[in-house]
Design a protein around this ligand. Sequence first.
Ligand code: PHE
Length: 339
Amino acid sequence: MEDTELIVQEATEEAERAEDSRALYEVKMKFLGRAGKVTALLKSMREIAAEARPAFGKKVNALREALEEKFAALEEKLRKEELERKLAGEEVDVTMPGRRHREGALHPVTRVKNRLIDLFSGMGFEVFEGPEIESEYYNFTALNTPADHPARDMQDTFYLTDRILLRTQTSAGQIRVMEKKKPPIKILSPGRVFRSDDDATHSPMFHQMEGLVVDRGITLCDLQGMLDEFARTMFSASSKTRLRPSYFPFTEPSVEVDVSCAACGGKGCPLCKGTGWIEVLGAGMVNRRVLENCGVDPDEYSGFAFGMGIERIAMLKYGINNIKLLTENDVRFLEQFKD
Ligand code: PHE
């Protein structure tokens, strides 16, 4: 019988030492669980003399109830403390400034490329993409530039093998298209090109946009009409174009196309070196020999082609003075282009 007093004392002490509800639960099991001390007392009833049993039973039950109450009270206290601690840890300071999300921006080369595709697809052009690794045939020979032709030196070429190279111009795609498709042809061919060339305005890898139109009765006027539209969309509503005689083996006649300087409106400034004009692309009427090389009859069909450097257009449009800025991908630079 003294045991019960001792058990209450022992259980109370241990329970009060419990630091959290988990530890308290363990103490509770030690006394009230199936293998607990109080449970053992109840089980020992059978060994007690029959007349002593009711008194013993009463005492043990009272002990169990007292302990259960004790544990319940302690448990509530601990759970409350735990909840408070948890809430304190999760407290949100609604006066703190929010996290800033930096807005991304498209790369200027992507912007110009998208604008060009938009513009020319509105005039009925389809996009064709040729391979970056080309054969000498598509990049030069079929474009009327045989091996001993001096124009091969105009473009410093990266050769992979004797006959395989990194294309120096998207013009290679002209041949691939004309070999497969009968006129009328109206394609736009964007892509990377490679030349062993490296300074503030030249990069060994850059992007070009090629255009090719072949049909009956195509003239240089059709070319200039489209280029005027291009200049007005890309630079300013009052932009004009000017054609200057030039030379490319795959066009005849060949022209260099200038756009009136958007910075000074054509009056002359440092950007246009005082001339009022800025050279933006090469173009011309597709050379008869190129048409013949692709099985297109030059007496029935004629065409024009143009090719422009996308980086160059982007630099002129956005006033970027060093081509290297376009490959560094510094977000502080890229973020500036939002329209
Ligand atoms: N392929 C020429 C270049 O890279 C540009 C061009 C394309 C010229 C089409 C005329 C016709 O310089």
